[in-house]
Design a protein around this ligand. Structure first.
Ligand SMILES: Nc1ncnc2c1ncn2[C@@H]1O[C@H](COP(=O)(O)OP(=O)(O)OP(=O)(O)O)[C@@H](O)[C@H]1O
Ligand SMILES: [Mg+2]
Length: 383
């Protein structure tokens, strides 16, 4: 998982009740005939945020973005930007610029002319156009291709032209639909940091659509995890990853070991859950009180599971005995599949802090091992 962006407390306007949201999405739905693409969503986005809409294909991300831009009219609900109801404001009068998922470059114009087009149309002075276009082309590493036409570029290069074209106008809100999809890993990471820099420098509010969870984690002040037209969870990357509120979120962001059972008891914020397929009850965190007998799932991330050849000595830790069934070696880390019993496999990820000794890893195929985690490292989910 890539490093999450570190934002200071000043960059957390959603925690400050005195702050007014910049974009307010209020009870917004969109139906196409009988099909509900966006289902009664509420969302506040603050000035200067880099907000990501994250979800699988067809969950309604583009539709929501198009409603913010004004290319699609909500079936119900309303969208307010900077205090103004957008219901009767056409796209070109909104303080918003959108980079489309399938962006169209002007085929007969050079890279430079494509980027300059919007500024020219707005009557910006020639010298200023030149300097802003130069800056942008430098940023997306296209300076040397400035005289080429789109058909002489690769897919990733075309995407960078589209990105430069939407950024060059310094809009207050920039809506980006899968902006980095066609870039290779290195450029993608670099462009992510550039986006974050631009946001810091210009205070542009970004709403970014992506189905790439790592990208969302790295870029965002906050993420809305979307599924079938509604939000499963809205939170910072850390909240979403460490405290998923549903099984969908736990599985969609990163991976999770999941055990289904029933709540046996709860003390303070730790619940004990009985799992049919496990020999011992397991304990995990849940802030709100849960009634005994509640159907529940315990989710624990693979990197939070300790792995050892010896039993853990710490009291209170959830411990299971198993056997190594599979090892995936990724260089910097290894993933172990541990067979607990007939029905249960547990995935454990460990950083490879040392080189293997005599070619032996922390655990080898068929080894008998102990796996465990602290109750606070796992969460209880009820839906
Ligand atoms: N004009 C339309 N008429 C009918 N159905 C539509 C229309 N536009 C979108 N849909 C449907 O609405 C749903 C959401 O579409 P949307 O484009 O918002 O998905 P998405 O989350 O952006 O997916 P992707 O990641 O594949 O781009 C899909 O099931 C899609 O088929
Ligand atoms: Mg889309």
């Amino acid at each position: 998982m890539a490093a999450a962006a570190s934002h200071s407390i000043h960059d957390r306007p959603w925690l400050d009740p005195a702050q007014k949201p910049f974009i307010q999405i209020q009870g917004v739905s969109k139906q196409f005939g009988p099909f509900v693409a966006v289902d009664n969503v509420d969302l506040d986005i603050y000035r200067g945020e880099l907000f990501s809409l994250l979800g699988g294909s067809g969950c309604g991300k583009t539709t929501l973005l198009r409603m913010i831009a004004g290319f699609e009219t909500p079936t119900s609900g309303r969208i307010v930007i900077d205090g103004e109801d957008m219901s009767s404001v056409p796209p070109y009068d909104r303080p918003v610029n959108m980079m489309f998922q399938s962006y169209a470059l002007f085929p007969h114009m050079t890279v430079e002319q494509n980027v300059a087009y919007g500024l020219k149309r707005d009557g910006v002075a020639k010298a200023e156009i030149q300097s802003r276009v130069n800056d942008m082309l430098g940023m997306v590493e296209l300076t040397q291709f400035r005289k080429r036409k789109p058909h002489q570029l690769s897919g990733g290069q075309r995407q960078r032209v589209a990105l430069a074209r939407s950024l060059v106008k310094n809009p207050k809100v920039l809506l980006l639909d899968e902006p980095l999809g066609a870039l290779d890993k290195r450029l993608r990471e670099q462009t992510q940091y550039e986006l974050m820099n631009i946001q810091d420098r210009l205070g542009v509010t970004f709403v970014v659509v992506t189905h790439d969870q790592e990208e969302a984690m790295t870029l965002s002040t906050r993420i809305a995890v979307m599924d079938q037209g509604y939000f499963q969870q809205i939170g910072t990357p850390t909240e979403i990853y460490e405290y998923p509120v549903t099984r969908f979120v736990a599985n969609f962001i990163g991976s999770a070991n999941m055990f289904e059972g029933r709540v046996a008891s709860q003390e303070d914020e730790i619940a004990e859950v009985t799992v049919d397929t496990l020999p011992v009850p397991i304990r995990a965190e849940h802030a709100a009180p849960l009634a005994a007998g509640t159907r529940a799932w315990v989710a624990v991330r693979p990197e939070k599971v300790q792995l050892s050849r010896e039993p853990f000595s710490q009291a209170g830790i959830n411990m299971l005995e198993g056997q190594v069934e599979e090892i995936g070696y990724y260089g910097e880390s290894s993933t172990y599949r541990i067979r607990i019993n007939e029905d249960v496999r547990l995935e454990v990820t460990h950083p490879n802090l040392r080189r293997p000794r005599d070619g032996r890893h922390l655990a080898e195929w068929e080894d008998k091992v102990y796996v465990g985690w602290e109750p606070g490292a796992a969460v209880v989910l009820t839906s």
